[in-house]
Design a protein around this ligand. Structure first.
Ligand SMILES: [Fe+2]
Ligand SMILES: [Fe+2]
Length: 287
């Protein structure tokens, strides 16, 4: 199958992060490393939640294209979960309280919401993940100084997040097709606002816990430096801002045109850095 910008390719790769846990792997920059490592803390629990939220609707979706997308999506996210569990094991080995940092994420993503709310939460987090993936691929210098396994894992993850960036919204549109557009928009946006607020709060709280384990004093100076790292420099929020706010457009859909060049760069990186992947990559879905 020819790879197009909309092809979902689950790549079964192990990166072995836990074989060589590296403290402050982002070129020795503790704050930058903590900002990125704390994203990994969200992932195993989050990705299991996303798979459940989408698969819940599989029996009722008739559109074969969307059904295939859900299948491709679930395989990609399952591989991501496995690798980030390994990543987080490395963080535990380095002395970070992963269980404590995950606790609030688990509590927030408990599965007792209405299924459509879980789906809207998945769409919101997928949009943020897609935005941060675009930032990573557009600014690979963020990963400068990183040992190869860390760099490879984040580029691989970013590529696959772009490949499946439309899936949860495709499912949301199918499931809510009979709703008035104001109701669909209202749920999508109100959920996004809550998700953005809660995730930012958890991220900053986890960065403080992480720094505490490094022996840092958590005072107002630390809080300002953490806010600076997240929002300004390197500032995933600043760099991703233009894409993040597109979610507020009525009828928003991810535009392949806006990230095709990043996908090309990321796929070339994977092909060059991990050539054996060419044999493991099986395209599961293509529109
Ligand atoms: Fe993922
Ligand atoms: Fe994803």
């Amino acid at each position: 199958m020819e790879l197009t910008d909309k092809t979902i390719v689950p790549r079964n790769i192990t990166f072995g992060i836990s074989n060589s846990p590296t403290r402050h792997w982002a070129g020795g920059d503790a704050m930058k490393t903590s900002m990125i490592d704390c994203l990994s803390i969200f992932l195993p629990e989050g990705e299991r939640f996303f798979i459940r939220s989408l698969k819940h609707y599989l029996p009722q979706i008739r559109n074969e294209e969307v059904r295939n997308e859900i299948r491709g999506y679930s395989v990609q996210e399952a591989f991501h979960t496995r690798e980030h569990e390994d990543y987080n094991r490395a963080l535990t080995d380095l002395g970070y309280d992963v269980v404590g940092m995950e606790a609030q994420i688990k509590q927030t993503l408990r599965n007792d919401n209405d299924a459509v709310i879980n789906l809207a939460i998945t769409c919101a987090i997928e949009h943020l993940t897609m935005s941060f993936s675009m930032v990573t691929l557009a600014n690979p210098e963020i990963l400068e100084g990183a040992p190869a396994p860390y760099k490879r894992l984040w580029i691989w993850h970013a590529v696959e997040e772009l490949e499946h960036s439309a899936v949860s919204l495709d499912v949301f549109d199918e499931v809510t097709a009979h709703w008035p557009s104001w109701k669909r928009y209202g749920l999508r946006i109100s959920t996004f606002n809550v998700v953005l607020f809660k995730m930012s709060k958890m991220q900053l709280r986890n960065m403080a816990k992480y720094a505490e384990a490094d022996g840092e004093v958590i005072d107002w100076r630390f809080q300002i430096r953490a806010l600076w790292a997240v929002y300004v420099n390197p500032g995933f929020m600043r760099l991703g801002f233009v894409n993040i706010i597109k979610y507020f457009l009525p009828g928003y859909r991810p535009k392949v045109k806006s990230f095709a060049h990043l996908l090309k760069f990321g796929r070339a990186f994977i092909g060059r850095e991990i050539p054996e992947l060419a044999h493991d990559s099986v395209p599961l879905s293509s529109k």
